[in-house]
Ligand binder design. Structure first.
Ligand SMILES: Cc1cc2nc3c(=O)[nH]c(=O)nc-3n(C[C@H](O)[C@H](O)[C@H](O)COP(=O)(O)OP(=O)(O)OC[C@H]3O[C@@H](n4cnc5c(N)ncnc54)[C@H](O)[C@@H]3O)c2cc1C
Ligand SMILES: NC(=O)c1ccc[n+]([C@@H]2O[C@H](COP(=O)([O-])OP(=O)(O)OC[C@H]3O[C@@H](n4cnc5c(N)ncnc54)[C@H](OP(=O)(O)O)[C@@H]3O)[C@@H](O)[C@H]2O)c1
Length: 279
């Protein structure tokens, strides 16, 4: 949590909100898993891989107050997209995995000590980053940086045990070991379910604190390493690759995969590279 206090009165910070943050688990000082429950009890319909929009009233600066003068009921909001990590089978709350961006507009508000645990939740979920275009029984390789793992957690929680894939590999590249969200759950599923592999990769491990894969997710393009850790190779004849998170990672991986014969999926041209950019 940051040490800020706000000069915006509580009533104004609650204006326009329609949902509560009913649970929060902090992985470290910059990462949280939160659960959001709409006041009307109805979470938006969504498919695994889709995102919802959260909003918070903008802090009331004199400039905003002046613009709002004479417009009662207008609440300017900062709105941002968040991939849903929970399964649509859970119908009373949505789980989201959020990182604090100190220089951002919305997330510093969520990390204030005096944050009232109220948000605006748009009532529709959106996005094409789903398994809709992928037939059953393929190898699915889901590659993320940071919080980009969230949609893959939703897909795993929803489709596991339904023969939706031959092999599912969930790769998550993060800076520090403590940034590995859902690690315990993914390790447990990997142990129990021979069709699922979890491959965590840490780019800036503390000295001596990590004896597994180091570096960035691109290391998985090495066939020997990929075979050893994922149990398969990135082969365009048998894999669909899903990329989520940092757009620089997506651009780099897309080029490298295209060189191997993968094709980017679009509505017009079916392909086996699918992506969701977070900024
Ligand atoms: C479809 C979609 C789904 C998203 N899902 C998630 C999610 O599940 N969890 C989540 O934390 N964010 C997610 N984001 C990003 C999110 O919408 C916000 O941008 C983020 O929470 C920061 O908001 P902000 O207003 O504080 O900063 P912003 O002004 O929005 O961002 C400032 C800068 O922070 C960096 N940044 C933004 N988001 C991230 C991130 N997730 N990881 C690392 N750096 C980042 C970028 O450099 C960006 O330019 C998603 C974005 C999109 C488009
Ligand atoms: N996580 C932290 O320890 C930490 C601490 C303080 C502040 N922050 C701030 O929090 C925000 C989010 O940080 P984040 O760590 O969640 O997200 P991030 O900066 O997107 O990094 C997540 C992972 O993606 C890797 N990455 C970055 N560019 C890549 C590329 N082109 N190809 C492949 N992998 C790439 C990073 O490796 P590299 O490490 O090699 O870049 C890291 O392993 C940032 O604004 C950051 O400044 C983070």
């Amino acid at each position: 949590m940051t040490n800020d206090t706000t000069d915006t009165p509580v009533a104004e910070r609650l204006a326009g909100t329609n949902a509560g943050i009913v649970e929060r688990h902090d992985l470290n000082e910059t990462l949280s898993i939160v659960r959001v429950r709409p006041d009307n009890g109805r979470i938006p319909d969504f498919k695994p891989g889709q995102f919802v929009t959260l909003g918070l009233p903008k802090p009331l600066t004199p400039a905003i107050a002046a613009r709002l003068a004479g417009r009662p009921g207008v609440v300017p909001m900062v709105r941002r997209a968040y991939s849903v990590a929970s399964s649509p089978r859970e119908t009373d709350t949505l789980e989201l995995f959020v990182v604090l961006i100190e220089t951002g507009k919305l997330t510093p508000l969520l990390w204030r000590r005096d944050f009232p645990n109220r948000v605006f939740l748009e009532d529709v979920a959106k996005g094409e980053f789903t398994l809709d275009s992928v037939p059953d029984g393929q190898n699915l390789v889901m590659i993320s940086t940071g919080t980009g793992i969230a949609p893959f957690v939703s897909m795993l929680r929803t489709y596991r045990g339904q023969n939706r894939w031959r092999q599912l590999v969930i790769i998550n590249g993060v800076r520090r070991v403590s940034d590995l969200g859902y690690r315990a759950e993914l390790e447990a599923v990997s142990r129990e379910d021979p069709t699922v592999r979890y491959v965590p990769i840490v780019s800036r491990p503390d000295a001596g604190g990590w004896d597994r894969l180091c570096g960035r997710v691109q290391v998985m393009l090495d066939d020997t390493l990929c075979q050893e850790h994922a149990g398969l190779c990135l082969d365009p004849r048998s894999c669909h690759v899903f990329l989520c998170g940092n757009p620089a990672m997506i651009d780099e991986m897309e080029l490298l995969l295209q060189k191997r014969g993968f094709r980017t999926h679009t509505a017009q041209t079916p392909g086996n590279i699918h992506f969701e950019r977070y900024w």
